[in-house]
Structure formats: C-alpha cells, structure tokens
Ligand binder design. Structure first.
Ligand code: PLP
Length: 458
C-alpha cells in the first residue's frame, strides 16, 4: 500500500489540505473557507475533480500540458529512465545521455543559432540563470558595469526573488521588498488598456521606443539585456501590436544589448510556431524555456543560448559559478525529449497551427460581439477577452477590479470549463491537441458564461 489515498472523500482531503498545504498565488483564508478543488485525474483535454466533475481544461494546467494528459509514452520513458539512472548531476564535468540528446534536439528546433542549453528545474530558475549569465557575459568581455536588465511593467518572469524582480507585477514587488537592484521596467505594449487614442501600431512603436529612452537614461555602458515575453501570458495574454518587436529588435541591435525572449509560455507551439520568436520575428540571444518543454509532466526549464554568447562564456568566462542540483535531471530530460518527439512526429504544432487555431480564432473573435466583451484577441492557441460595461469606450467596471473576471471564472467552473481571470479579463491556453468538437464545446461554454455573468451584473 502506498501513501496516496485518491479515494478519500473530498471533505477529508480539503480538511487535510487546509491544515497543512500552503498554496501558491492563493489567499489561504479565502481558499480554506471555500474549500480547494481537488483534481484527481486527467485525460486528453479534460480533468476530473474528487467529486467526479469533468472539466475542459482551457488552461492546459498552467499553460503547459501541450500534448494533453494521459500520454503513456511519457510515463514509460520516465519509468525506464528511473530504472536506468534516476538521478545524476551535471556539475563538475558530468553529464547523462537524456540531457545530451535533449540538448541536441533543442538546438535543432530552436530558431537562429540558439544551439546551447543551460538547464534549470523551472522557468523562474532559468530566468535567474539569465540574469547571472548576461552579467557574466559582459564581465567576461571586460564590461562588468553592464548589469541592468530592462523588463516591462506587468511582465511575468517567475517567482524567485530575482525572477519576480524581473517581472513587472507591482503586487508581487510589494511583498518582500522587490525588485532587487539593477532591474528596470518600461511600458508594456498593452494597447487595449493603455493605448488611449493612439492606433495599435503607433502605440506599439511608442512602447518599444521607451527601451531606447531607458538605455539612454541609464547609459549604454550600464545595460546588459532586455527581457520580454513574445506575448505576455500571465499579464493577460497581451499580444503586442505588429510594430512592437521589430522596433525592440532594432534598439537591441543598435546598442548591442542582449535580447532575452522569455518563451516559457510561448515556446513549443503555443503561438502557431514552435517558438514565439518565430511568430514575431525576434532574434533572441538567450531564450527561456520551461512548461511545454515537458508538457508539464515533470519539472524542467532552461536557458537556450546563442553561439556568440556561448562562445564568449567558453573562451573567456572561466567557471560559471552557477547551477542547480536538478540541472539536466536525467528523468526530466528523458520525458522532455519524448514530449518533443510526440510534438514533432505527430505534427501537433503544425496541426494546431493550421487546423485548430484558425477554427478557434473564428469562434473566439465572434465573442467580441457579446455585450460584455470589449476586445477578443488570439494568437495561435492562446487567447484573451477584455470585459467591459461599455464596449465603445473600452471602459472599466465600477466594481472593484477583478470582480467581473472572477464572476466569469466561477461560472466557467460551474459550466465544466477551466479558464483564468486576469483583472476583468478572461484568458485561455488549451492543450494543443484540442479537437474541433472540443473547440465548439469551449466556445459554447464561454458564450454561456458571458450570458450568465451579463445577467448577474445587470
Ligand atoms: N516566465 C514566464 C513567461 C511564465 O509565464 C512563467 C510561469 O508562468 C515563468 C517564467 C516561471 O516559470 P515557473 O513557474 O516554471 O518557475
């Protein structure tokens, strides 16, 4: 008998959870009062809770289960690798076969000359690595004063002290005295909320040009890198105007600062290509990966590094005094490699991009006709809705921020759909293996949720 009791009654599980388990990004008082949702199993695009309720997982877990749940191949690979070599580290000139092969496969898939990987256990850790690596890179070139990393307000780059500092979430900075020094933040390209009377194109350019102004303000000799998510995910699926990334790229090139693309959400097929950098024509020097890398089956993240950065580190950097016990974990690497094989051989990225995303797009953009929706936006298999009481003015609600979003999120659960509320908006990021009938189900449920919320809020 093992220690996992999947069949305990829900109230017992909830009581144990409330007594002993502190949850991420949760108000524990509120959570304990309302009772947590206990998820017990999953298959394909669906999850089930401990009361037997079936939910369509519109968030692919936490933006990560790209191949869907229940892929036995991943289980078999993990089992075999655990028998063969459950753990060994990659410090001090050691390596292992899955980490070697995963690195080679990633180099093949990644855009440009991102041919090298430094592994981490998560996206947050990988972004910590990026800060240290970017600074170490410049120090190795004799420019140790180039330390500042420029990021954006409302960006999300993780939850460690450094990654949360890189992120631009004010409510996170407010807890624990963040950000750490030498991180600065510029505007986000969030046209719907902040674009005012400018066209999206004008606004995209204006936001990007803040990077140039910030480099000038700080001094070029102080700036190490710019980091951005190709599409801001946790910030609310903010898809930048077309003018944004080309201008960011131009500025990074002009001032020779490193461009770090945080592809923790966008990577591995989410935006219609393997990487968001391909969708937006970005040429990153460093790229953060996690989540879809293993479809969330095991924790793994990493920093993909371009030839020119890796070469400087190898030739001038000496020992990089940085690493995690689980960097290149053999079981996580084996599962990630098998996940990439599934994505690749089953052409999941191509199918999602050519068949499912366009089908979803039609239905999603239709939701913009609902009286409660101010904007519907979508790129590949990630999408957002802005809720408003007055669609002509892109106006906010008079209720406290988040009220309308949470009402919809709760109705979604009642209707058997997981979607996430961000402020007064709703976002989805479903498994890439979604079928057309499941897209129909998703769109129909979102429509019903909006009707219910509209009736309640009148
Ligand atoms: N970067 C981005 C863009 C993310 O969305 C996330 C997580 O949502 C992270 C980094 C942090 O990844 P992790 O939660 O694996 O530490």
């Amino acid at each position: 008998m093992n220690y996992i009791h999947n069949h305990l009654p829900t109230d017992k599980l909830q009581a144990l959870d409330a007594a002993h388990h502190i949850h991420p990004f949760s108000d524990m008082g509120d959570l304990n009062a309302r009772g947590t949702r206990v998820i017990t199993r999953a298959d394909g695009a669906y999850i089930w809770d401990s009361d037997g309720n079936k939910l369509l997982d519109g968030m692919a877990g936490l933006w990560c289960v790209n191949v869907g749940y229940g892929r036995k191949e991943l289980v078999d690979v993990a089992t075999n690798q655990m028998m063969q070599l459950p753990y060994y580290n990659s410090f001090f000139q050691s390596t292992n076969v899955p980490a070697i092969e995963l690195s080679a496969k990633l180099a093949e898939l990644a855009p440009g000359d991102l041919n090298h990987v430094f592994y981490a256990g998560s996206g947050s850790e990988a972004n910590d690595t990026n800060i240290r690596m970017a600074r170490h890179y410049w120090a190795s070139l004799g420019k140790p004063s180039k330390k500042v990393i420029i990021s954006r307000h409302n960006a999300y780059h993780g939850s460690t002290v450094a990654a949360a500092s890189l992120g631009g979430m004010a409510f996170m900075h407010a807890q624990g005295g963040l950000p750490i020094p030498d991180i600065s933040h510029i505007a986000q390209p969030y046209w719907y909320a902040e674009g005012g009377d400018l066209s999206p194109e004008e606004f995209g350019l204006k936001c990007a040009q803040e990077l140039e102004a910030e480099i000038e303000r700080l001094g070029e000799d102080k700036v190490a890198a710019f980091i951005g998510e190709p599409i801001q995910g946790a910030g609310g699926v903010i898809i930048p105007p077309e003018t944004y990334w080309p201008e960011i790229q131009r500025i990074c090139d002009k001032y020779e600062i490193l461009l770090i693309a945080d592809e923790v959400i966008c990577g591995f097929g989410r935006t219609g290509n393997w990487f968001g950098s391909q969708t937006f024509n970005i040429r990153p020097d460093i790229m953060t990966i996690a989540k879809g890398l293993s479809s969330g089956y095991l924790p793994i993240g990493g920093s993909m590094v371009s030839d020119h950065v890796a070469e400087v580190l190898a030739q001038k950097g000496g020992e990089f005094a940085h690493g995690y016990t689980y960097s290149g974990h053999p079981v996580a690497a084996a599962v990630a490699l098998e996940n990439l094989r599934i994505l690749d051989e089953e052409k999941i990225v191509e199918r999602a991009s050519n068949e499912i995303a366009p089908y979803l797009k039609d239905k999603w953009l239709d939701l913009a006709n609902h009286p409660l929706v101010g904007e519907a936006r979508i790129c590949g298999m990630v999408a957002g809705l802005e809720l408003t009481p007055d669609k002509t003015a892109r106006a906010p609600f008079k209720t406290p921020l988040g009220t309308a979003g949470n009402i919809c999120r709760d109705f979604a659960i009642e209707n058997g759909l997981v979607m996430r509320a961000v402020r007064d908006g709703l976002i989805i990021s479903p498994p890439l293996v979604l079928t057309k009938p499941q897209v129909d189900e998703l769109a129909e449920k979102v429509g019903r949720v909006l009707d219910q919320a509209h009736a309640k809020m009148r």
